[in-house]
Design a protein around this ligand. Structure first.
Ligand SMILES: Cc1cc2nc3c(=O)[nH]c(=O)nc-3n(C[C@H](O)[C@H](O)[C@H](O)COP(=O)(O)OP(=O)(O)OC[C@H]3O[C@@H](n4cnc5c(N)ncnc54)[C@H](O)[C@@H]3O)c2cc1C
Ligand SMILES: NC(=O)c1ccc[n+]([C@@H]2O[C@H](COP(=O)([O-])OP(=O)(O)OC[C@H]3O[C@@H](n4cnc5c(N)ncnc54)[C@H](OP(=O)(O)O)[C@@H]3O)[C@@H](O)[C@H]2O)c1
Length: 367
């Protein structure tokens, strides 16, 4: 993993009319020492600062003054407010905290009988949920901060390719990200990194870590066909794939892209259509909130014969987007095809899917 300093060139909202905010951010290396070294399919890891509103709530519940100095094992002495803004995970509840509460403070012994129960409880909750749910914990005050995990960077698929021969080291790196905001138990929840990133202006310098993803890679040659299946921000790595394929003059590229609305959330559709018009990309869209409503797996199904033909010609298949929703449905469809076309039982078809994954004919980057 390589840490580099990157300057924001632009940070643009792509979906001003939609009920979700998706951004395209373009970063350039601060200077040649910080040149970006990546392949399409790799990730950028980005850190952020916790939302002030949530930090204030945690401080109030624990009755700690923001400026009061606390000593944290990993971070040394620092003001409590600063620790909560910069260093500690509070938007997500790590089940390990529940275990520590039981072991160190005998709190919640009757609530969670095992790790599964802790995971189940922590699912979708933040630290304020815990403090409000079990007021006994509030009495721990600053001791509670010791239990929190360090604030982790978040993964983002790189949505560009390092394709320019001249000064390639200084070419921009793009990300496609959704600002996480949702309501739960009467409170607005803001994702830490996506909200922080959405508020950063052009010119701001950030540290990013570039992490290679060897299990999500284009074929070496330009002749193998590729089939890319994306929902939502899962489009990101395929923008990088396409830049690389165009640079390599590889034309057998088929994208299935699912979003909600052709007018409001057709992410980078101008770019996709331009590649299509130049003969580089076959693209099929699935829009879930306009008639005829469809998800990517429905559109794949409508193209079953041609997709299977491409598979038989050696196409590599890539999936990116939601793990629980899109990826589950697309896997089920491919297994149906394997069963039907290769005359396999359900179990054999599932094993064949796993085998194809091991052989990297099918590659997934789902989250
Ligand atoms: C391999 C990988 C690649 C990824 N690539 C991308 C990418 O290219 N673009 C991108 O936008 N994201 C991507 N993500 C997701 C990204 O890493 C973050 O998880 C996401 O941006 C939310 O982070 P956050 O800090 O803003 O929110 P957090 O503070 O982590 O979120 C707080 C809580 O919100 C919940 N939550 C998150 N989203 C929602 C939602 N929509 N509705 C309800 N609850 C929600 C979480 O489960 C969590 O409990 C990727 C993740 C992985 C693992
Ligand atoms: N942790 C959480 O609680 C949580 C909750 C929501 C989203 N997320 C994650 O946030 C990430 C970013 O969200 P995003 O807006 O980029 O993408 P997204 O929420 O996955 O939405 C993109 C498209 O996928 C569609 N979709 C929904 N269910 C589907 C299914 N079963 N099969 C195929 N397509 C389906 C959506 O349709 P509709 O929206 O019209 O159904 C939409 O058109 C995703 O990884 C998502 O999993 C996390």
């Amino acid at each position: 993993m390589t840490a580099v300093l990157a300057k924001i060139q632009s940070n643009q909202q792509l979906t001003p009319q939609a009920d979700k905010d998706i951004f395209s951010i373009e970063l350039v290396p601060l200077n040649e020492t910080h040149a970006f070294d990546y392949q399409p399919g790799d990730w950028a890891l980005v850190s952020g600062l916790n939302p002030d509103s949530l930090v204030e709530k945690v401080l109030a519940l624990l009755k700690i003054d923001s400026k009061a100095e606390v000593e944290l094992k990993r971070f040394g002495n620092l003001p409590a407010g600063k620790a909560l803004v910069e260093s500690l995970e509070i938007t997500q509840l790590n089940p390990a905290i529940l275990n520590k509460l039981q072991r160190q403070f005998q709190i919640g012994l009757d609530r969670w009988s095992d790790r599964a129960a802790m995971m189940d409880y922590a699912q979708g909750k933040d630290v304020v949920d815990l403090l409000e749910d079990i007021p006994e914990i509030q009495r721990l005050g600053a001791d509670f901060l010791q239990l929190l995990s360090p604030l982790a960077p978040r993964y983002y698929s790189i949505a560009s390719a390092n394709t320019h021969d001249v000064a390639s080291s200084l070419s921009p790196l793009r990300l496609l990200y959704r600002r996480v905001e949702y309501q739960s138990s009467g409170r607005t929840r803001l994702g830490v990194v996506s909200n922080w990133l959405a508020n950063q202006p052009a010119g701001k310098v950030l540290t990013i870590d570039i992490k290679s993803n060897p299990t999500f890679k284009l074929p070496a040659g330009k002749d193998s066909p590729i089939i890319m299946i994306a929902s939502g921000t899962g489009l990101a790595p395929f923008l990088g794939f396409m830049e690389q394929r165009v640079a390599n003059q590889a034309t057998d590229n088929w994208l299935f892209f699912g979003e909600t609305d052709p007018e409001k959330t057709c992410l980078h559709c101008e770019k996709l259509n331009a590649w299509k018009n130049k003969g580089f990309l076959n693209v099929d869209f699935a829009f879930s909130r306009v008639e005829p409503k469809a998800y990517v797996q429905d559109v794949l199904k409508q193209n079953a014969d041609k997709v299977w033909e491409s598979w038989q010609q050696g196409a590599l298949v890539y999936l990116c987007g939601s793990q629980d929703k899109m990826a589950v449905a697309v896997q089920a469809l491919w297994q149906e095809w394997f069963a039907e076309k290769l005359n396999l039982t359900e179990t054999e078809a599932e094993n064949y899917w796993q085998q194809m994954r091991r052989e990297k004919r099918i590659q997934m980057d789902v989250y």
